[in-house]
Design a protein around this ligand. Structure first.
Ligand SMILES: [Mg+2]
Length: 111
């Protein structure tokens, strides 16, 4: 199983082999394509398509994210960035984010 860094390298090799856009000016398009692939994953799931298809769409998302990250900062260590972000998320309070804010503003039930 490849690490993020190994997967990013493989995506870069694929981009070069297939002649896909490979300059920083392509970054917005690659990020947009990541969103489009995420939409395809959502559509696949919503329509009850085989799980394998939905997973493949999610892998497409990962491909575009890795490709964009490669062009944004070729020197970034994604494995390290992942571990740092994971630790950051663990350090957050248990209840965090918009869902908690909405719940906190909701009047207590039964009163
Ligand atoms: Mg797709």
């Amino acid at each position: 199983m490849p690490s993020f860094e190994e997967a990013r390298k493989k995506v870069g090799e694929l981009v070069a082999a297939k002649g896909f856009g490979n300059t920083p000016s392509e970054i917005p398009k690659k990020l947009l394509f990541a969103f489009i692939e995420l939409g395809e994953a959502g559509d696949s799931w919503k329509k009850g398509r085989p799980k394998e298809e939905t997973i493949e769409e999610l892998i497409d998302v990962i491909f575009y994210v890795l490709d964009a990250s490669r062009l944004i900062d070729p020197a970034a260590d994604l494995d390290l960035a992942f571990e740092k972000k994971l630790a950051k998320n663990y350090s957050r309070p248990h209840r965090y984010g918009e869902g908690f804010s909405d719940e906190a503003e909701r009047p207590a039930s039964g009163s």
